[in-house]
Write a protein that binds this ligand. Structure first.
Ligand SMILES: C[S@@+](CC[C@H](N)C(=O)[O-])C[C@H]1O[C@@H](n2cnc3c(N)ncnc32)[C@H](O)[C@@H]1O
Length: 186
């Protein structure tokens, strides 16, 4: 069944996204390793319960920062509970965004979005905002679920992203995912 844009994954399903079994086939370190470096500022857009967020924070180190952003406060609360009392509290900033607006002033090195873009009603507005937030040379990583997103719809998403000035550079292989990596050249 295809997802309608705007239909959001409920907080009650957070457990299905954040568990040890998922790490076997979508390992955050393996997926993100080629892109993250110490000191980067990265955005985990639609972070959900934070399956990728904590690994991202380890990978950017003490001098880096992860902005974990989600539409739903319930998802951000789950991330908050996971990092409470740990060193990662200093590296992770929680941010609640609006349906069609991220609304962050800070320039970012890397935008990461896993199984989220198909839930955003206005993709054109989203990619325009991503382009304006990214530093020159910054990258965007998108992964979408094949169950909800057809090849045609995914290509449309890439086209929309490219129309805003991002350039497609890679289609990395990730289990159960349609993926694209784009760059902001200048
Ligand atoms: C399927 S979950 C994926 C969560 C996480 N990226 C992962 O892979 O575990 C989709 C997440 O995107 C969030 N989301 C949906 N629409 C959004 C929007 N317009 N802006 C920000 N987050 C959104 C949902 O609240 C949900 O947490």
């Amino acid at each position: 069944m295809r997802n309608k844009p705007g239909r959001v994954c409920p907080v009650e399903r957070a457990g299905a996204l954040d568990n040890k079994i998922r790490r076997w086939f979508q390992n955050p370190e393996k997926i993100l390793g080629p892109y993250l470096k110490t000191g980067m500022t990265v955005l985990d857009f639609g972070c959900g319960p934070g399956f990728f967020t904590l690994d991202m924070a380890w990978m950017v180190g003490d001098s880096g920062r992860v902005i974990a952003s989600d539409l739903q406060q319930g998802m951000l609360d789950r991330v908050a509970r996971k990092i409470q009392g740990t060193d990662l509290e200093n590296r992770i900033t929680l941010h609640q965004c609006e349906k069609n607006r991220i609304n962050l002033a800070e320039p970012i090195d890397f935008f990461f979005s896993f199984y989220v873009v198909h839930e955003v009603p206005d993709q054109e507005a989203l990619f325009r905002e991503i382009h304006s937030m990214l530093k020159p040379g910054g990258k965007v990583f998108i992964a979408e679920p094949p169950v909800h997103v057809s090849s045609k719809a995914f290509h449309q998403t890439i086209d929309i992203a490219q129309e805003t000035g991002l350039r497609l550079v890679e289609r990395p292989g990730v289990f159960l995912s349609k993926t694209a990596v784009l760059i902001k050249d200048s």
